[in-house]
Design a protein around this ligand. Structure first.
Ligand code: ZN
Length: 421
């Protein structure tokens, strides 16, 4: 049955010489995660270097620029940690990213300080806290808090430490939750660390820290754009963000292999295939910057689009494509139900993934600004065992690209169906 459907599809489109290449995809992922791109964030122009790498790939593949340009620049304000990033507790140095993360909006700080371990009893009343805030032993200290403490007043105090209510030198929050980093788009009134509870079994007495922080108010980043122009007046757009979280100090960066070197590389692999077998319709590829900073690149794009948004037949955004062991999810699958039914049907014919899961709308990746402007769109991500997310372990050697071929075939077949309806 599969054979029959595949060959009839071949006859219709005349282009099913699918040659997806997981080796090529892995090579691109390795490149994007290499130290020279600094986690594709805002330190050492890692994002700009990655954008230029993608531009070179587009040129190598012979893709056409859009209105003569491969790059679309935009600006954003962002908090960065380009230099020192050190935290020692009771004389023992902790490993950045592994034992602790810094709150992304933190200020810099340097010095050797006594610790003040805040207890439940300190939070009993506002007066108590107010008095504490006047005390030198608190003002000159790093305040240590325990997120596992269940007291309500204590928890609500933890939620307020970003404003530095105790006028302390810094704050350490002991946590047993997974350390998940992000991008800071504003600055706190202090420096805050989240530290693995396992590393703080003994009472904290002394804290040494050294954090270099730079606020960049006008960082210039780029979207990368390319197309394969077709004859018919139909347009399919593939999008993926190439940026990630960048550096947490000069010695540590977050590679973002799954998020989203995987989707970025898949777009190049799709482009390579379309280039070898050009379809009748237009295929556009957009790699966005600034996604982790709050969909900044894609929001800028829809407001300054060189493409008429109403001419887009369908947009497919790919993010987190590293492991489709148990299938894929389509965000907007519950919105564009006809398209979703088509996706499920095609999965039965060509993809054969164990699950194609629908979701409602969500502002969780770069499809969203397009969706808000009325562009029919899916955000597709893979589902499997891979769990590293926004941490130092999201590395090329940890990702499997399980069922890559099936996902590739399904997506390309689906796009083809959407361009024809
Ligand atoms: Zn992502």
């Amino acid at each position: 049955m599969k054979q029959l459907l595949l060959s009839s599809w071949l006859l219709i489109s005349g282009q099913l010489l699918l040659a997806q290449d997981v080796g090529y995809v892995k090579e691109i992922i390795d490149s994007l995660c290499a130290p020279r791109y600094h986690g594709r964030g805002y330190v050492e122009e890692g994002d700009v270097k990655a954008a230029n790498f993608l531009k070179r790939q587009c040129q190598t593949l012979g893709l056409t620029p859009i209105n003569g340009e491969y790059l679309q620049g935009f600006e954003l304000g962002v908090n960065t940690f380009p230099g020192a990033m050190e935290l020692s507790i009771n004389g023992e140095q902790l490993e950045t990213g592994e034992d602790y993360i810094i709150e992304p909006r933190s200020l810099g700080q340097e010095g050797s300080f006594k610790a003040f371990n805040l207890k439940k009893r300190h939070c009993k009343s506002k007066e108590k806290l107010f008095k504490l805030a006047q005390k030198e032993k608190v003002n000159n200290a790093v305040v240590v808090l325990d997120a596992q403490e269940e007291d309500i007043a204590y928890q609500s105090f933890i939620a307020r430490i970003y404003e530095n209510p105790l006028n302390a030198k810094a704050y350490i929050v002991k946590t047993d939750k997974k350390l998940t980093w992000s991008v800071g788009r504003s600055m706190l009134g202090t420096t805050v660390f989240q530290v693995e509870a396992d590393r703080l079994k003994k009472k904290v007495k002394r804290v040494e820290l050294d954090v270099d922080q730079v606020w960049k108010s006008n960082h210039r980043s780029f979207n990368v754009m390319a197309q394969i122009p077709g004859k018919k007046n139909r347009t399919i757009i593939y999008t993926a963000h190439y940026d990630h979280l960048g550096r947490m100090g000069a010695d540590t960066y977050i590679p973002g292999a799954s998020d989203n070197a995987s989707g970025t590389a898949m777009l190049l692999d799709l482009a390579r295939n379309y280039k070898d077998n050009p379809p009748e319709y237009n295929v556009v590829f957009l790699w966005f910057g600034g996604e982790e900073a709050g969909l900044v690149g894609s929001k800028y794009f829809v407001d300054h689009s060189p493409i008429e948004l109403q001419d887009i037949d369908f947009l497919i955004n790919l993010d987190l494509m590293a492991d489709a062991g148990t299938g894929i999810t389509a965000v907007n699958g519950k919105i564009f139900t006809d398209a979703f039914e088509r996706l499920v049907q095609l999965n039965e014919e060509v993809g054969q993934l164990s699950k194609v899961n629908p979701r409602g709308s969500a502002a969780n990746s770069d499809h969203y600004p397009f969706y808000e402007k009325g562009v029919p769109s899916f955000f597709i991500y893979t589902m499997g065992e891979y769990k590293h997310y926004h941490d130092i372990h999201d590395r090329p050697e940890n990702i499997t690209m399980t069922n890559y071929e099936q996902v590739f075939e399904l997506i390309m077949t689906f796009a083809d169906a959407m361009a024809r309806e």
